[in-house]
Design a protein around this ligand. Structure first.
Ligand code: FE2
Ligand code: FE2
Length: 260
């Protein structure tokens, strides 16, 4: 079996349309950021279906990324227990894929209805496992903690037990995945502070991709609300959560200045 698969080699059927991170943020035909134009054009129901579709493809890539990390590195590069945790994560993500397909249908969506961004898998392609743990397990699965917490609340508010229970199950798993990222990042970089610093910087870059227009915050009206309590259970410090809030705030300011 081949190691280090490229994002262009992900196996998908004809329903899926793929978009790289570069394409996602820059329409090369006219320089307009694609993600921003799309979001503005959608109504509330469509936005929810689009988000659910984004979660579904994220779950597939989380499965593929964790599988890669379990397989790409030998035990002279990472501890065997780390590979074991990644294998366990694959099992969780496989269940999340099934749950997300059913939830997407529950919300009236269809597979392949929206473009699949390969950002998560791209982050899972880093040659250094410490960077994968930081970018994927802490950065993107940290984002999953926020999104699932918010969707669970939405399920409660709208008296939708299907949405509430599904999000609750997935949230519990994501806290475990982020915690594994925090633990193994600490462990494998304990004798190399520069490597740890580089991995955390990579996590910030990945986080920054999802701060586009300053979507994330702690205020009630924030499109993506940071779940500080669950993030702390998953090994984040208050300073790290503050940092994401601050990054998002300054992204919002940049947008305000650009639109003034
Ligand atoms: Fe997941
Ligand atoms: Fe996960």
């Amino acid at each position: 079996m081949r190691k280090n698969l490229d994002p262009s080699q992900l196996a998908r059927d004809a329903r899926f349309v793929r978009q790289t991170t570069e394409q996602r943020f820059e329409d090369t035909r006219n320089g307009t950021p694609v993600a921003r134009v799309d979001a503005d054009a959608l109504d509330v129901g469509e936005r929810a279906r689009r988000r659910m579709h984004g979660i579904f493809v994220g779950e597939i890539q989380a499965l593929e990324g964790a599988g890669r990390t379990a397989f790409d590195f030998d035990t002279d590069q990472v501890p065997f227990e780390l590979k074991l945790d990644m294998a366990r994560q694959c099992w969780d993500e496989a269940r999340h894929c099934e749950i997300s397909v059913k939830l997407a249908e529950h919300m009236g969506g269809q597979l392949g209805e929206y473009v699949e961004s390969t950002t998560l898998f791209e982050a899972a392609c880093h040659h250094d496992p410490a960077f994968r743990l930081a970018g994927v397990n802490r950065g993107l699965e940290g984002l999953a903690i926020d999104v699932f917490t918010q969707m669970r609340e939405f399920g409660r508010e709208t008296s939708d037990p299907v949405l509430t229970f599904c999000e609750d199950y997935m949230l519990a798993d994501e806290v475990t995945h982020v915690n594994m990222g925090s633990r193994w990042l600490r462990e494998i970089t304990k004798d190399d502070k520069e490597r740890r610093k580089g991995a955390i910087e990579f996590q910030r870059v990945v986080d920054g991709l999802f701060n586009f227009r300053g979507l994330r915050g702690e205020e009630a009206e924030a499109p993506i609300r940071l779940a500080r309590q669950f993030r702390k259970m998953a090994g984040f410090t208050d300073e790290e959560v503050d940092d994401i809030v601050e990054m998002s705030r300054s992204a919002r300011q940049d947008v305000a200045v650009a639109e003034a």
